[in-house]
Design a binder for this molecule. Structure first.
Ligand code: 2P0
Length: 371
């Protein structure tokens, strides 16, 4: 890790950023308290990509094949406490209050190993992480999870990392997590021109993307199935990159989508933002459907939501769908129309739980002593 390249100052601590509506009180004091106590609690929110990350060029460093761009939400937060446990036989991982084992615990331990390698502190730790979002259902729980873990672990292990360094660190846990360090809109740089592995590792992080202040979006999330997905996004990406004839053309068009998305956000043009996001997401799902064997995340209920979105547009409501590695559909619209959009989605899929989200804050510490 090159997180130790950065020194920490009061001005480059993680901040909630745009859209959150509040600045946390005393982040600097929280970091100092955490380093002294060897314990910290952080909160992070999931982000939903408007330009998708789908496919890695380096599995170990989690370097993506292309840039992506997302909106951090103000719902479904993850709260994670990391407490150093000197003398303990190993790390302990609690997920949702229950002792975790197997691959999910191993992934957290591997992440702590990265943090320890960059820190002067060798101790094991107790990690206690609680999601308010269903885990593994394509609702970006790994993004909020690893963003919160990166901030809490960096503070507890006294890592000298600024927000950019924390974004790079979170990326190693789960690619999309690097975007949840920031509130509002964020772009994750693929750093394709950064040269060798260590150059690309240093240059692949997320950064905030400016949007016109007149843009006032909502993302209406239709949870049609909260169960875990059958194929992990990691495995689905691997299979798509290796076998889908549509993958390379989609990556090329995604680069154009990203440039147009930045312009649409800067102009505050919600219909353009929505159109670009929808075509980018459908294109990503097309790459998976063409993989061998195919990966299909969309379910009948997902298609009912997509039909409802088309009908909303036919009726003059600017509503646009995006979907990730699961059957749940997120619908972008003006905040003022979110209630009407949510009502229409509830009608189309009565069993779904429908949640209205807005742009939310970046990851930050909420307690500096693990309490
Ligand atoms: C995204 N997704 O941009 C895309 C769109 C799902 C579909 O990032 O392997 O959990 O841990 O880096 O970040 C989900 O993938 O994958 C994801 P890893 P991650 O939000």
């Amino acid at each position: 890790m090159a997180t130790d390249q950065h020194t920490t100052t009061a001005t480059d601590r993680p901040r909630p950023g745009v859209g959150g509506g509040h600045e946390p009180v005393g982040q600097e004091q929280l970091w100092q308290r955490a380093q002294a106590a060897g314990a910290a609690t952080a909160v992070a929110h999931p982000n939903i990509a408007l330009i998708k990350y789908w496919g890695k060029r380096d599995e170990q460093l989690v370097l993506p094949a292309a840039d992506s761009l997302s909106m951090t939400l103000d719902v479904f937060a993850t709260t994670t406490t990391v407490r150093l446990a000197p003398g303990a036989p190993g790390d302990r991982v609690l997920l949702g209050g229950a002792e975790a084992s197997g691959p999910s615990a191993a992934r957290v331990v591997a992440f702590l190993d990265l943090v320890r390698a960059a820190s002067a502190v060798p101790h094991p730790a107790i990690v206690d992480s609680r999601n308010t979002v269903p885990t593994g259902a394509g609702l970006a729980s790994s993004a909020s999870g690893f963003a919160a873990l990166a901030v809490a672990a960096a503070a507890a292990y006294a890592l000298a990392a600024d927000t950019r360094g924390l974004s790079r660190l979170a990326r190693r846990g789960s690619g999309s997590a690097c975007r949840s360090l920031f509130g509002g809109f964020a772009q994750w740089h693929a750093a394709l021109d950064a040269g060798d592995d260590s150059g690309a590792d240093a240059a692949s992080f997320a950064e905030p993307v400016p949007a016109a202040p007149t843009l006032d979006p909502a993302l209406v999330v239709a949870v049609v199935d909260a169960g875990p997905k059958a194929v992990s996004s990691r495995e689905a990406m691997r299979r798509t990159v290796a076998t889908s004839p549509l993958y390379r053309p989609w990556v090329a068009s995604s680069g154009q989508d990203l440039a147009q998305m930045r312009a649409a956000l800067a102009a505050g043009d919600l219909p353009a933002v929505g159109e670009i996001a929808e075509r980018n997401a459908l294109g990503m799902h097309a790459t998976m459907l063409a993989a061998r064997p195919a990966v299909r995340y969309l379910a009948p209920a997902s298609l009912r939501v997509l039909d409802a979105v088309t009908q909303l547009r036919d009726g003059g409501v600017a509503a646009y769908a995006t979907m990730d590695a699961g059957p749940n559909v997120k619908v972008l619209c003006e905040r003022s129309q979110a209630g009407a959009v949510a009502a229409r989605l509830r009608e189309a899929v009565p069993d779904a739980s429908v949640v209205v989200a807005r742009p939310g804050p970046g990851a930050c510490l909420v307690a500096g002593d693990g309490r």
